[in-house]
Design a protein around this ligand. Structure first.
Ligand SMILES: *Cc1c(COP(=O)(O)O)cnc(C)c1O
Length: 393
């Protein structure tokens, strides 16, 4: 019994590769090669070196003393906010750009909603001197101007998606269309543990550096590798997958996933996929998905752009369905309050995505001797305007 993907990319009944025939060669090339490439010593060496010298790993595992005192349990923070570019996303884009090079690709495409994944992709393309095209909905381009500017400064071309609601899903359609037309020279960098096999497993493996580090860091601090709980927020689920990865099959370690309830799970403005989702197919993967009775994808809502996604990766759908993971949904208000508390108790301003994870301490009691590791997925600089508006700072 394992909670990892099987050879066909299934986590229980979720995952797989539900793709148009025209994409088959692209996915098949990747599927056939990804594990072998990741296990090559030269790949590992370059990946580890860049994570160390460019991203700034290992990121610290920090004992949050004042937060722990307040909630009567031992809380550690895994500091992904200290990664270059301010969040965990770069762990994956570094991995995928090296993968693209090994596969002989010289052109990168990506899609982005809020722009964080676009920036992480443009960053590694600049690093490697590879052409970068980022698809972004026209509406998102207008509301995420600083990230558009960052991508341009990094040398990427930002192409607007003009169809549909002109947001993330339309940008994804454009990226897929591009990939179909350029199967030989182009690699598509997907930004979370979503999409057709092998993406969810490949991205989880790149992000698994997070829990690999937690193991030895916790051994140094607590004399044991295993915390009682690992906690992360879930949008598509990549920072969560990395935080859980080396603990998935260890029942001694509790897994807690935090989703965005927006204005309330039943308000009609939410992104709480496990609570609201039904089985469906999105971006080539069978998973839990917010949809209408006739299977149309419902527009998700969260104050945090990174959690504003109508599905979850198949790993998380399986963790939910099997009961291995405990899923908690947190509203905008609860997350914002928790973000402010984190700033004032620990001197760390978290990304609003991450603030959702901290809000669980008001939802759920832990024992005084429990060791709870929360993944601090990103820093709050990008969210300052939202904090300013919300708290009238
Ligand atoms: C993008 C993002 C997320 C959500 O993405 P996952 O794939 O679910 O990790 C969470 N936190 C931060 C800081 C992000 O930038």
């Amino acid at each position: 019994m394992t909670y990892h993907a099987n050879e066909k990319g299934y986590y229980g009944e979720f995952g797989g590769a539900f793709i148009p025939e025209m994409l088959y060669p692209n996915c098949e090339e990747l599927r056939h090669n990804y594990i072998q490439i990741m296990e090559e010593p030269s790949f590992k060496e370059e990946f580890d070196q860049l994570l160390k010298d460019y991203v700034g790993r290992p990121t610290p595992l920090y004992f949050a003393k004042r937060l722990s005192e307040k909630y009567g349990t031992k809380i550690y923070l895994k500091r992904e906010d200290l990664c270059h570019t301010g969040a965990h996303k770069v762990n994956n884009t570094i991995g995928q750009i090296l993968m693209a090079k090994k596969l002989g690709k010289n052109r990168i495409i990506a899609e982005t909603g809020a722009g964080q994944h676009g920036v992480a992709t443009a960053t590694v393309c600049a690093l490697m001197g590879i052409e970068c095209i980022v698809y972004m909905g026209e509406v998102d381009i207008a509301r995420q101007a600083p990230n558009v500017a960052r991508m341009k400064m990094l040398g990427a071309q930002v192409r607007p998606a003009l169809s549909g609601s002109r947001t993330l899903k339309d940008a994804t359609n454009e990226a897929i269309r591009d990939w179909i037309n350029n199967p030989v020279d182009t690699h598509y960098i997907i930004g979370s543990v979503v999409g057709p096999h092998p993406y969810p497993d490949m991205v989880a493996r790149f992000q698994s550096v997070i829990s690999a580090e937690i193991k030895w860091q916790l051994m140094e601090k607590e004399g044991r590798e295993n915390p009682d709980y690992v906690v992360a927020c879930v949008g598509g689920g990549s920072n969560a997958a990395g935080t859980y990865f080396h603990y998935l099959d260890n029942p001694d370690v509790g897994i807690i996933a935090v989703e965005a309830a927006g204005k309330g799970v039943n308000s009609g403005e939410s992104a709480a996929t496990s609570a609201l989702g039904k089985i469906g197919i999105i971006h080539g993967s069978k998973t839990l998905l917010m949809q209408t009775n006739d299977g149309q994808i419902t527009e998700p809502y969260s104050i945090s752009a990174g959690l504003d996604y109508p599905g979850v990766g198949p790993m998380h759908a399986h963790l939910f369905k099997s009961g291995r993971g405990e899923f908690i949904s947190v509203t905008d208000d609860e997350a914002m309050t928790a973000g402010l508390e984190m700033a004032q108790l620990e001197g760390i301003i978290p990304a609003i995505e991450t603030s959702h994870a901290f809000a669980i301490f008001d939802h759920r009691k832990f024992d005084k001797d429990d060791v709870v590791v929360v993944n601090l997925s990103g820093r709050g600089d990008k969210d300052l305007d939202t904090y300013i508006d919300y708290f009238k700072l």
